[in-house]
Design a protein around this ligand. Structure first.
Ligand SMILES: Cc1cc2nc3c(=O)[nH]c(=O)nc-3n(C[C@H](O)[C@H](O)[C@H](O)COP(=O)(O)OP(=O)(O)OC[C@H]3O[C@@H](n4cnc5c(N)ncnc54)[C@H](O)[C@@H]3O)c2cc1C
Length: 422
């Protein structure tokens, strides 16, 4: 464990204000703590846990890793969309188990600000902590965009949407709009909620008109044309209308004004995605909307050995599989910095996704080929393994194994074919 350093400058900078990594760059956490290259990973989500597991595999054995997170569990966020449909809560995994598996030390704390010149972070409850490399895996902040709509909050998905699903089942809600604000948050939830709501209305033999309003050029446009066309057909088969390249305002409950075109829509309920912003990290430069700008190896420019991965970064797609691939790129780069004989590979995303529907899921893949377009595939059966929602080189097999060895052999909640609980 790293010894706390005395706080020489107790005045933190404001969010986004950068402190130059100057002469103090020669400072070494190894020298301070007396052993091992010290990596601090701030965060307790997919990006942080993938980083920790990747470092355990790639970094030299003398590397010490400290994880700083306020949460005790990794929540399998993609499966929270099923909670309002009576599938039970999404699976949770203790961070302490993942950290122990990776030989990392876990501290329940939050990062307050970074002093790159001294290679030190300041935490909420502890003293300053020095690092040889720092990984910011802090996720994004979600803010409701519309006062008069129900905003998706995956930490309270059942609480937020169970009443709506019951009203659909009872035939009290006959029209529903699902809206993505101008900047797309996570791409899947509105499509999955639309398809699952349509399925539930069909099962209960009640009337339900569903409209999706999205700024995307086509449904799930980021996955490319083959996926978009197949998803458009799937939505059409379920009677779901999609308004693409569309922006909505919600002046009152149940009322949507859509532009361009000036169309108004009255519906019984409106459910919206939140708008995402970058984390309020003080001491490093922040880009548009507070997101952290990184290079293809995950490194933040001009602040020494500081890396970032996941929803906190400026990458346009906020997605668990992307978070994991960025974490792998950062871990490779850090491992090389710590002395491992590897050539760090840059982040070059191949995105896999499992789209939940009212019946069987669909398996999507897109390969982004550096500005030259991308290939796009959709399949009825998995084309990768393990075929989970969050595709992560190290974390996915770890969670799969953890599900398998769970006491009493409980059904794995990461299994996307899971049964509905009545
Ligand atoms: C409903 C829903 C469905 C989704 N479906 C999919 C899907 O099907 N497939 C997919 O790949 N992705 C999906 N996603 C997106 C995916 O969940 C996110 O992209 C992923 O969780 C991002 O991981 P992250 O580690 O960057 O951020 P997060 O998961 O947000 O984790 C951030 C972590 O940082 C911690 N933290 C915050 N501030 C501090 C601080 N100051 N100090 C220390 N720690 C801090 C938080 O407590 C948290 O543990 C979905 C998301 C939602 C909400």
């Amino acid at each position: 464990m790293s010894e706390p350093l005395p706080a020489e400058d107790p005045t933190p900078p404001s969010a986004g204000e950068k402190i130059e990594a100057g002469a103090g760059d020669s400072h070494s956490a190894e020298a301070e703590a007396g052993g091992g290259f010290h990596v601090v990973v701030a965060g307790g989500g997919v990006a942080a846990m993938e980083t920790v597991l990747a470092l355990a595999d790639l970094a030299p054995p003398s590397t010490r890793v400290t994880v700083l997170a306020p949460n005790e569990e990794l929540v399998y966020r993609p499966l929270t969309v099923r909670e309002p449909f009576s599938y039970g809560p999404a699976k949770r995994y203790p961070l302490a188990d993942i950290a122990a598996h990776a030989g990392a030390q876990l501290r329940r704390d939050t990062l307050e600000w970074v002093d790159p010149a001294k290679r030190t972070i300041h935490t909420h409850s502890g003293g300053p902590l020095s690092y040889d490399a720092l990984v910011l895996a802090l996720g994004a902040l979600a803010h409701p965009r519309y006062e008069h709509a129900l905003t998706i909050d995956d930490a309270h998905m059942d609480e937020t949407l169970h009443g709506l699903v019951q009203d659909i089942e009872g035939g009290y809600v006959k029209s529903l709009a699902l809206v993505a604000p101008g900047r797309m948050a996570w791409p899947f939830p509105i499509y999955e909620l639309a398809l699952m709501s349509a399925g539930r209305a069909f099962d209960e033999d009640v009337e339900l008109a569903i409209t999706i309003v999205t700024p995307e050029d086509a449904p799930l446009a980021i996955f490319g044309s083959a996926v978009s066309e197949a998803v458009r057909d799937l939505l059409a088969e379920s009677g779901i209308e999609v308004l693409t390249s569309a922006y909505a305002e919600v002046p009152a409950a149940g009322q949507l004004n859509i532009s361009p075109g000036g169309r108004s829509l009255k519906v019984d309920r409106i459910v919206a995605l939140p708008e995402l912003y970058g984390p309020p990290v003080r001491g490093i430069p922040l880009g548009e909307h507070g997101f952290i700008r990184i290079d293809p190896h995950g490194r933040v420019h001009g602040v020494g050995p500081i890396y970032a991965a996941g929803d906190a970064t400026e990458f346009a797609l906020k997605y668990g599989g992307v978070a994991a691939q960025q974490a792998d790129a950062a871990a490779e780069s850090i491992a090389a910095l710590a002395g491992a004989a590897i050539e760090p590979a840059p982040f070059h995303p191949t995105i896999h996704g499992v789209l939940l529907t009212a019946s069987r899921p669909r398996y999507l893949t897109a390969r982004i080929t550096g500005g030259h377009g991308f290939s796009s595939e959709i399949a009825d059966t998995p084309t990768w393994s393990p075929p989970n929602k969050i595709v992560a080189r190290y974390l996915a097999p770890y969670l799969e194994e953890s599900d398998r060895s769970a006491v009493g052999g409980l059904a794995a909640e990461t299994d996307t074919d899971g049964e509905r609980r009545e």
